[in-house]
Design a protein around this ligand. Sequence first.
Ligand code: FAD
Ligand code: MLT
Ligand code: ZN
Length: 584
Amino acid sequence: MANLLAAYSLLRRSSRKLFDSRPDLNFSASIRSVNSGLTYNFTQKCDLSRQDVCYRDQIVSKHNCFLRSSGSGVLTFFPRGEGSGFPIHYRNLASMASTPARNKSFSMVNSDDISYFKKILGEKGVVQEEEKLDDANTDWMRKYKGSSKLMLQPRSTHEVSQILHYCNTRCLAVVPQGGNTGLVGGSVPVFDEVIVSLSFMNNVLSFDKVNGILVCEAGCILENLISFLDNEGFIMPLDLGAKGSCQIGGNVSTNAGGLRLIRYGSLHGSVLGLEAVLANGTVLDMLGTLRKDNTGYDLKHLFIGSEGSLGIVTKVSILTPPKLSSVNLAFLACKDYISCQKLLSAAKTKLGEILSAFEFLDINAMDLVLKHLDGLRDPLPSSKHKFYTLIETTGSTESHDKEKLEAFLLQSIESGLLTDGVLAQDINQASAFWRIREGVPEALMKAGAVYKYDLSLPPEKMYDLVEEMRGRLGAEANVVAYGHLGDGNLHLNISTRQYDDSVLTKIEPFVYEWTSKHRGSISAEHGLGLMKANKIHYSKTAETVQLMAAIKKLLDPNGILNPYKVLPTSVLPQSGEEEPKTEA
Ligand code: FAD
Ligand code: MLT
Ligand code: ZN
């Protein structure tokens, strides 16, 4: 009886869009989603394009804080610091056991270097202004801060090649930087490394409409590519909350996962080719556009996910799926974690090929979002729920998708997997639902200090870790869980008023040991960066790490590319005495 009542309540809430098959002439146009980059077949009776633009501006200015919007075709940098709403919580790196020492074999930038860079890049390509450098030296979380005095902004692969050739010869360390949205301290200098920003390399080079193959420069902002493809009737195979700022080169270099991996797989599958510049300036042209190419080792994969430690990615060729016309989004509540898991299995079986996202957040994450982000409402306000999931379907036949989703939701309510739920009725609702999920990282930043962990774990074990962590920390911290449940990816975040080493010692190494014991990965999608370079052994064997170090030494013998990141310093030469310097 209780189940039937719940089913009735869901049917009532989601009224006509999914449960009423009568055609309605007022509901015919489709508008582009702000958040997903997909087209929702939702409708408005007013001027659609205007409303979309207005809504988009509102969302971006509130949501992205430091992120950029391409909504109006103009790129705006929302200033950090004053007025950004985020308190500053620089982490005291000196308190970390793994604080690296500056590698003495690296030179310091001098006036001759500046003159050379100005000669090849022009004045605009050489940034020395304090304010701009401050932004580029500081990561999105304001946890890692370098002290670089120089940022270079090349406009072509040739310029990147000249920069790296020179830096290698001079033994100047370099940090490649995309949108600087990375979450592991990989995109900012640790000391005085030269920042090489790809922002000026932002052209779409070609789009093959027949095969859906996009070729573009590495500095293209993901959201701009999403907009470009939308006009062509295609979508990007990846989508993430940082889309307004992150760049495709950064996405490839981190092998970013995001909200659509469950449907379109990882970038190791969708990236068909890339161009990269090695530390000595050699340009590797692997910018193929073929689906199949088995001629020898597929070296592009070395650059996907190597976080700028092996080369600078300058161009990318990527397979993009066609935009499908029918998109539905449900915001659902489950009473316990086991129900979320069972719901996922059922969604995979019952929704099959139309399932395009399966995300979850727990009540702590939900409370945080509702407390810290303006303009958001609880979509299920009648009672509190321990867990929330977002299920999105994307397909080409609206009636077929509706029928499948309806049947799935009804069965899930009847079997007790769902306690409540609501289906987005229009683009605004869909965007608001996504905003809740995508807004968790921002809400955490507003709440104070955050210890962020990005783990791959067998889904059945995932929430045990969250509960154990709560047991260890008690009232000292708010342990928050959310993530890409469909991919077995938990974002475990521990929120406190300020950073405190006594809290950190309760979290680490416990969190890494626990993950390793359950054969998980200590980095599902964010990478290792500076934060986890010395933790790689929790997920990789000594032999594997040694081989990685050998590859690093082969491609970057002087270790100038993103030093102190990705691999433990112990497996890499730390000074010129240990390994001879190599010049190009
Ligand atoms: P940056 O942060 O600038 O750099 C990241 C790393 O890549 C650094 O090591 C840098 O040196 C290297 N790099 C950058 N560009 C290049 C290049 N052209 N060549 C070589 N190396 C390069 N990540 C996910 O995987 N999934 C998510 O869902 C997700 N959501 C996020 C939501 C928010 C709100 C934020 C702030 C971050 C999120 N991230 C997510 C993390 C981050 O956005 C991704 O890692 C993203 O791919 C980084 O892109 P970027 O251009 O900002 O790179
Ligand atoms: C997300 O999925 O929201 C991102 O990976 C960011 C985060 O983990 O905080
Ligand atoms: Zn994520």
